[in-house]
Design a protein around this ligand. Structure first.
Ligand SMILES: Nc1nc2c(ncn2[C@@H]2O[C@H](COP(=O)(O)OP(=O)(O)OP(=O)(O)O)[C@@H](O)[C@H]2O)c(=O)[nH]1
Ligand SMILES: [Zn+2]
Length: 199
C-alpha cells in the first residue's frame, strides 16, 4: 500500500509522518539527520498499535456468551489484567492493572474476552475515570448480570516524567454497578478477593 492510499480518519500516513517531523524540529533536533530519518515512520506505526482500540467495538467481544456453567452463579473475577494506555491530556503513557468482577444472571462470557474489552478501551486516549466506567458499562450492557465491579490502578507518566514529578503514585478508580453498588457485602467480597494472596 502506498502512503497516499493509507488514509485513516481523513489523515494520510504521509501527513501523520510530517506531523512527527514537525515535532522533532520543534523539539530542537534535525529530522533530516540519519538517526531520525525513519523515526516518523516508526512513530506512526507505534501510534497504530497504541491506538488500535478506536477500530474495535468492545461490545462484539462479549456478544458470544455461554449459559451458566453447571449452574455456577457466584462471583467471577479476573484480576491483574495489565494494560497500557495514554492520557488524553498529555498523550503520555498510563500503565496499570484492571480487576474485573461480575455476578452472573444466566450468562457468562469467555474470560479472555474481559481482557480484550480492557485492551480495546485502553488503546485510546483516556482519562482513567472514563476508562473505568466504559469497561463496567460494556460488561453490564452485554451480560445484564446482577452486578459488575471494576477497579483500575494506573501510574500516569504525565505525573512521573514531567509536571509535578511524583514517582510511585498510583491512581485508583472504581465503578460498581448493580449488587456491587447496592450491597456492601458483595462489594467487600470482591475487594477481599482482589487482595487475596497478596503480601
Ligand atoms: N482525573 C484525571 N486527571 C488526569 C488523568 N490523566 C492526567 N490527569 C491530570 O489532568 C490534569 C491536566 O491539568 P492541566 O492543568 O490542564 O495540565 P498541566 O498544566 O499539564 O498540569 P500539570 O500536570 O499539573 O503540569 C493534570 O492534573 C493531570 O495530572 C486522569 O486519567 N484522570
Ligand atoms: Zn496526562
Amino acid at each position: 500500500m502506498s502512503d497516499q492510499d493509507d488514509i485513516r480518519n481523513d489523515v494520510s500516513r504521509a501527513e501523520a509522518e510530517a506531523a512527527v517531523r514537525t515535532l522533532l524540529k520543534w523539539s530542537g533536533d534535525d529530522p533530516e539527520r540519519e538517526g531520525l530519518l525513519d523515526t516518523p515512520k516508526r512513530v506512526v506505526k507505534a501510534y497504530a498499535d497504541w491506538f488500535s482500540g478506536y477500530a474495535i467495538d468492545p461490545d462484539e467481544y462479549l456478544s458470544r456468551t455461554f449459559e451458566e456453567v453447571c449452574g455456577y452463579d457466584e462471583m467471577i473475577i479476573l484480576r491483574d489484567i495489565e494494560y497500557e494506555s495514554h492520557c488524553e491530556h498529555h498523550m503520555a503513557p498510563i500503565i496499570g492493572r484492571v480487576h474485573v468482577g461480575y455476578l452472573p444472571k444466566g450468562r457468562v462470557v469467555g474470560i479472555s474476552k474481559l481482557a480484550r474489552v480492557v485492551d480495546a478501551y485502553a488503546r485510546r486516549f483516556q482519562v482513567q475515570e472514563k476508562m473505568t466506567a466504559q469497561i463496567a458499562n460494556c460488561i453490564q450492557r452485554a451480560l445484564q448480570p446482577q452486578g459488575v465491579a471494576v477497579v483500575v490502578e494506573g501510574a500516569h507518566e504525565c505525573m512521573t516524567t514531567r509536571g509535578v514529578h511524583k514517582r510511585g503514585v498510583s491512581m485508583l478508580t472504581s465503578s460498581m454497578l448493580g449488587t456491587f453498588r447496592e450491597d456492601a457485602r458483595t462489594r467487600n467480597e470482591f475487594l477481599r478477593f482482589i487482595e487475596t494472596g497478596r503480601r
